[in-house]
Design a protein around this ligand. Structure first.
Ligand code: SF4
Length: 451
């Protein structure tokens, strides 16, 4: 009877998440926090009592898209009870006032540094208080509160935010304005949360931060966290992103040699191959320094491969600058790239700069992406008939006996298996690949030919 009454009090919360892994981590933590006030996650977006849109300012026309998303929610709930609608994330931080003013359907905007207040806000909205704008930079308070809330994430591969914000002020980027200054979490709290994740079944931990390698808690650096995680018995893999070349310190470079659980793929954004453009972006590194890091890392661990981010057609980029970017791509042979045409973000210094002709920008992007694609295809061809280690994350929903995992370089791999292999790392013989996926067969014996 008591149980039944309790269940009646249960409410449903749905979160639509856009953007980076840090937003995914935040969404999961919001779900952990709101359990305290009896809101439980639903995957049904049309039956929520509380609907959250966790936004990303990197999306083009981000604010406009928020209003479209709100419109969709209104439509979805036209003949139903209105859910509590909260906008969180970087657009909430940057455009909170505008959102609340323009659409009364939105009950609250909460910035990324203020999720610790969410239960109080939901309760106040339930009690019909007015709209709320909570967008102070309260990073310390946020993590003080979060450490008291258990992380229920039970994914095989889990995100763990260790650092937030950025002091680098690249001219194109909104992060320093939406996530605030660099803040590093307490070292032992991070390890406690890692233990929770491992107890819940995580086999891979991905350490996150806007500037993850700027992590500094007293004398502890990112490498100290990696070395500490290396010792955790049930943890198989460690990754970290996103890094800045300026913060690739010696201790971190050494970790790539000494930590066997640290995966041999490094995402190291470079943005352009031209020193002139890097200077104009205020990136604080040049190509010579960037290539030096790559060289040292390769010497420390010859299995290392690299991924990167590129902005094509940044204001002032001429043909020569663009050629340098293509040359860098060919030289490093990044196995994964994220490339976009420059698009101005309101409030950033680069938003006032003169943009490059759209047709020319598109042509350069296509040229660049073709080079990147060819490199990727050649890389994948080399994987054929090789044996790779795959950590299996889930069973595929629509097809029978197929499991999905990732190899050490984060390539998605699918295999057939009658047995449940979730959470296990297996040797897989690569048989074929498509544009986005690699297919293989589990092998139990045989020599390991590192791909
Ligand atoms: S280092 Fe990264 S997060 Fe910081 S301003 Fe530059 S692009 Fe943005």
């Amino acid at each position: 009877m008591v149980q039944k009454k309790r269940n009646n009090l249960k409410k449903k919360i749905f979160i639509k998440t856009f953007g980076c892994q840090m937003n995914e981590y935040d969404s999961n933590r919001i779900l952990d926090i709101t359990k305290k006030i009896n809101y439980f996650p639903t995957t049904e977006k049309s039956e929520a009592d509380c609907y959250i849109i966790n936004t990303c300012h990197i999306r083009e026309k981000a604010t406009e898209k928020v209003f479209h998303d709100v419109g969709r929610v209104k439509k979805e709930y036209k003949n139903k009870k209105k859910p509590i609608l909260i906008i969180t994330g970087c657009v909430a931080q940057a455009e909170g006032d505008l959102i609340l003013k323009k659409d009364r359907y939105v009950d609250a905007v909460i910035g990324p540094q203020s999720y610790q207040s969410i239960n109080k806000i939901i309760k106040e909205i339930e009690n019909k208080k007015d709209q709320h704008n909570i967008t102070d930079f309260e990073t310390i308070k946020k993590f003080d509160e979060l450490k008291l809330v258990q992380n229920h994430n039970s994914n095989v591969s889990s995100f763990l935010t260790i650092q937030e914000g950025c002091d680098k002020f690249c001219k194109f980027c909104v992060v320093p304005y939406t996530r605030g200054p660099e803040y590093s979490r307490n070292f032992s709290e991070i390890l406690n949360e890692a233990d929770e994740l491992i107890r819940n079944g995580s086999k891979e931990i991905i350490l996150l931060g806007q500037n993850v390698n700027a992590y500094k808690d007293k004398n502890k650096r990112l490498s100290d966290i990696i070395f500490a995680l290396e010792k955790k018995k049930d943890l198989i893999r460690i990754r970290y992103y996103t890094s800045h070349p300026k913060d690739m310190t010696k201790d971190l470079l050494d970790a790539h040699k000494e930590c066997t659980k640290l995966m041999p793929l490094l995402h190291l954004p470079v943005q352009s191959g031209s020193d002139k453009i890097l200077k104009s972006m205020n990136r604080k590194h040049n190509i010579k320094e960037y290539l030096k890091i790559i060289q040292i890392l390769k010497e420390k661990n010859s299995r290392l491969k690299f991924a990167s981010d590129f902005i094509i057609a940044y204001p002032g980029e001429n043909e020569n600058d663009f050629i340098k970017t293509c040359e860098l791509m060919k030289r490093v042979k990044f196995i994964n790239t994220y490339s976009f045409i420059f698009s101005p973000r309101p409030g950033t210094p680069a938003s006032d700069m003169e943009i490059i002709d759209e047709k020319l920008a598109k042509k350069r992007l296509t040229t660049f992406q073709n080079i990147a694609e060819n490199i990727k295809i050649n890389y994948k061809k080399q994987l054929l008939n090789k044996i790779v280690k795959v950590l299996f994350e889930n069973k595929m929903k629509k097809v029978k006996d197929k499991y999905f995992g990732r190899d050490e370089y984060q390539n998605p791999v699918i295999v057939d298996s009658k047995k449940n292999i979730i959470g296990q790392e297996k040797k897989v013989l690569i048989k074929k690949f498509s544009q986005h996926t690699i297919y293989g067969e589990i092998i139990d014996t045989g020599n390991f030919l590192a791909a």
